[in-house]
Design a binder for this molecule. Structure first.
Ligand code: ADP
Ligand code: MG
Length: 336
């Protein structure tokens, strides 16, 4: 039988953005079309995420934060898919070990929403003077609101390893923006909690991917994009992308790479793409590259881990070459 690795929660959640990324993926898994997030002090004081997804049933509220409880396995073809996602049912559990968590959720068939508080994977009463930990009825719309407060309150070494609130905030903005581009049909909003300044990320529901790029990286980037859209049946590979044309370049490039809907880094793909562009772009300028690959789950490195940035997969050389050829053909075509 396949062993599901136990992970130290401090390893899964190293920085605020790791936690928010897991929460975003849960909202997307729940079929949300709107995800509204607010954060305070780079996510260290507070991260709140509200979605309009399926919601969590009252009976499940005492289970969702327990390690290895997931409602999702039946959706995957077989156990091999566990490898694709690296781990299941650990994200919420991990967050409750390193922060104070509360959940308000309502399913479509429930009469009202319920609110529950968690610590160390268990339901806890809302305040210290209270003894009742059961979820309580409250007002709310269909969907889920998760609030994470005082991240790493109990792990001072982790707290000390964090960068400044401004830098942690910038990393959150970066990751949310990338998910908003990949999931361009879903509306994403990210703002600083309690501040009236403009949102850091705002995309519209039902927008195109180019709309999302425009909203996040600006009109100039969005204007100069080529669409990649291809398949390689022999590898069961689907390639989609939006990439700069040969006329556009920035002093700092952007590389957004999703594999099977997870944001990852893949040095071999990155290098191959840079090599192609080097023939077109002026020196010291770089392209905007958004690339999404879909491939059979069992081909992706089983060691893919939520905190591991780099990913490897089966037939990596052939896949890289396929992408490189697609890009070359596009750039040649646009340059003619
Ligand atoms: P996993 O996503 O691997 O199942 P998580 O710890 O991330 O594990 O979440 C545990 C469970 O909590 C999920 O399987 C899901 O049933 C439920 N859940 C978490 N977030 C949401 C959400 N935003 N909407 C609906 N259900 C959720
Ligand atoms: Mg999850």
């Amino acid at each position: 039988a396949r062993r599901i690795r136990m992970l130290d929660p401090g390893v899964v959640i190293q920085r605020p953005f790791n936690a928010l990324k897991e929460l975003m993926e849960n909202s997307l898994d729940a079929g949300a079309t709107s995800i509204v997030m607010s954060v305070k002090a780079g996510g260290m004081k507070l991260m709140q995420i509200a979605d309009n997804g399926s919601g969590i049933h009252l009976d499940d509220l005492d289970l969702v934060c327990e390690r290895h409880t997931t409602s999702k396995l039946e959706r995957f073809d077989d156990l091999k898919s566990i490898a694709t996602f690296g781990f299941r049912g650990e994200a919420l559990a991990s967050v409750t070990r390193v922060a104070h968590v509360s959940i308000i959720s309502k399913t479509a068939d429930a009469k009202c929403a319920y609110k529950a508080h968690y610590a160390d994977e268990k339901l806890v009463p809302p305040t210290a003077s209270d003894t009742n930990a059961r979820p309580r009825p409250c007002a709310g719309n269909k969907g889920t609101i998760i609030t994470v407060e005082d991240l790493f309150y109990n792990i001072s070494t982790r707290r000390k390893a964090l960068k400044s609130p401004a830098e942690e905030h910038a990393k959150i903005v970066d990751v949310v923006g990338k998910y908003a581009i990949h999931n361009s049909g879903v509306s994403f909003t990210l703002k600083k909690h309690g501040e009236t300044t403009a949102a850091d990320v705002r995309t519209a529901a039902g927008g195109t991917r180019i709309d999302a790029v425009r909203a996040i990286y600006g009109a100039q980037v969005a204007r100069e994009l080529l669409e990649l859209d291809g398949t390689e049946p022999k590898l069961d590979l689907v390639v989609k992308g939006l990439v700069s044309n040969a006329d556009y370049s920035m002093p700092r490039g952007t590389f957004i790479f999703f594999i099977n809907h997870r944001l990852v880094d893949c040095p071999s793909i990155r290098k191959a793409i840079e090599t192609v562009y080097a023939a077109y772009l002026p020196k010291k300028t770089f392209p905007f590259v958004y690339l999404s690959l879909l491939m059979p789950g069992q081909n992706v490195d089983v060691n893919i881990h939520p905190t591991k940035k780099e990913v490897h997969f089966l037939h990596e050389d052939v896949v890289v070459e396929t992408v490189q050829k697609m890009l070359e053909a596009k750039l040649l075509g646009s340059n003619a």
